[in-house]
Design a protein around this ligand. Structure first.
Ligand SMILES: [Zn+2]
Length: 88
């Protein structure tokens, strides 16, 4: 499954909040696991770090961040995008 699809799947399953009231930082990968797809973000990749009210931080690959942000526009509806997999 592509990283972006795994990220969307995690939001749909409630393992990741929808993107609201966040601050975004972009920098080199820190080898932390991506909160979207679960793979490590290596130093030669960009890491998108999202900070919620200075208490909660998420790290994403660029494509996982993009997938996660798309949730904002999709809402929590299912089946509206052909790219959202149906894995149950
Ligand atoms: Zn990822």
């Amino acid at each position: 499954m592509p990283r972006s699809d795994r990220t969307l799947d995690r939001v749909r399953r409630g393992g990741l909040p929808a993107p609201l009231n966040r601050q975004l930082w972009v920098g080199p990968g820190s080898n932390k696991p991506c909160d979207g797809c679960g793979e490590r973000i290596s130093g030669d990749e960009r890491e998108f770090e999202i900070n919620f009210a200075d208490t909660l931080t998420f790290s994403f690959h660029p494509e996982c961040y993009k997938a996660w942000m798309s949730i904002t526009y999709l809402g929590h509806s299912t089946g509206t995008s052909a790219r959202v997999p149906t894995v149950e």
